[in-house]
Design a protein around this ligand. Structure first.
Ligand code: AHM
Ligand code: MG
Length: 327
């Protein structure tokens, strides 16, 4: 018996028609899917081509650039521009705003084409993360620096695992799996589980001594209740939190023995990492805050590449740690 699974584009067509919306968002999403599939292909064949190593340059974040960073960035840029629907994009590998269709575009896209770089040489899971905001057609265009609260959608591909998860504004968080024809199929809605039995704790434990004292104390008092898991790739680690619940944290680094290595703003980038997962967590029933206890979705970026600390996961745990952070 042949089985026909609903594809992501089928799902989106139904969604847009149900809400009597135009096809512009589908056209944009089609370009993002094309980029995601290509990254999937290049990453899973990268070892054979010798493409998993360093490229030789250093990016605007001061990090060494990998061949895969460049390949993935080119794939995303090309596809976004081709859609004709994007006004500006902000990408992790690009210092400046990427100007696309300033006249006719409708969307702003914030993306990290290859997140979790330490996994790349090993071909282990990385993410392609993106957030989307919409032009305000009602007034003069103000800016592209939108808070997560203003996103209309945000999503992530976990590569080469083959999952794609997207949250749509007030329409939930949905998971798809890649099939043998490179289509993402079989939508399932994701709700972060309320049952504490499966909850996990996820952070880079080697950094523990560099965290603020109240954070260290919270970890010490609470870690015994949870299994500990850490992949070193936000997409992969957050994927587990969506499935099992619990808490992922990348706190501010303020007590590093080498003060030059402190990161009081945290490591992760607000617009295309923290806000993307925060939007998804929100649609899946979870929450996300920064080191001051401010909801990530409320932070209005001042810089496209701004960093943020991140605490994300099950609501009761976020509420609990927020008290500690605010105190
Ligand atoms: P990247 O954009 O250079 O890959 O950095 C982001 C990554 C996240 O995916 C991950 O959660 C974190 O950095 C891992 O950092 P660390 O290696 O310090 O644990
Ligand atoms: Mg990144």
């Amino acid at each position: 018996m042949l089985q026909f699974e609903k594809t992501f584009i089928d799902f989106l067509l139904e969604h847009q028609e149900r809400h009597k919306r135009s096809y512009n968002f589908i056209i944009l999403m089609n370009s993002i899917m094309n980029a995601g599939k290509r990254i999937q292909y290049y990453y899973s064949t990268g070892a054979l081509r010798g493409d998993l190593g360093l490229e030789g340059s250093v990016n605007i974040q001061g990090e060494e650039v990998l061949h895969m960073d460049l390949i993935a960035n080119e794939l995303v840029k090309h596809n976004l521009a081709r859609s004709g629907r994007v006004i500006y994009a902000v990408g992790e590998e690009e210092e400046d705003l990427i100007r696309m269709n300033e006249e006719g575009g409708r969307y702003f896209v914030y993306y990290d084409p290859m997140d979790g770089s330490s996994n790349v040489p090993h071909n282990l899971p990385i993410g392609f993360l993106f957030g989307i905001a919409k032009r305000d057609l009602g007034g003069a265009e103000d800016m592209h620096l939108r808070a997560g609260r203003e996103f209309i959608a945000a999503g992530m591909f976990v590569i080469p695992t083959g999952t794609f998860t997207i949250a749509l504004h007030e329409a939930g968080c949905w998971r798809f799996h890649i099939d043998e024809t490179f289509n993402y199929v079989k939508p399932t809605q994701i709700f972060i589980p309320e049952n504490r039995k499966t909850w996990e704790l996820s952070f880079n434990s080697a950094n523990r001594r560099t965290f603020a004292e109240p954070v260290r104390k919270w970890i010490k008092d609470n870690e015994g209740q949870f299994a500990f898991r850490y992949m070193g790739s936000l997409a992969g680690d957050f994927h587990r939190i969506l499935g099992n619940g619990g808490l992922f944290l990348y706190p501010a680094i303020i007590n590093h023995p080498d003060p030059k290595k402190n990161r009081p703003q945290g490591k992760l980038r607000l617009m295309y990492e923290a806000a993307v997962v925060a939007f998804m967590a929100h649609e899946a029933g979870g929450a996300a805050i920064d080191e001051r206890g401010t909801p990530i979705l409320d932070i209005v970026p001042e810089q496209p590449h701004q960093r943020s600390s991140l605490y994300i996961g099950s609501k009761p745990l976020i509420e609990d740690i927020a008290k500690v952070l605010k105190g």
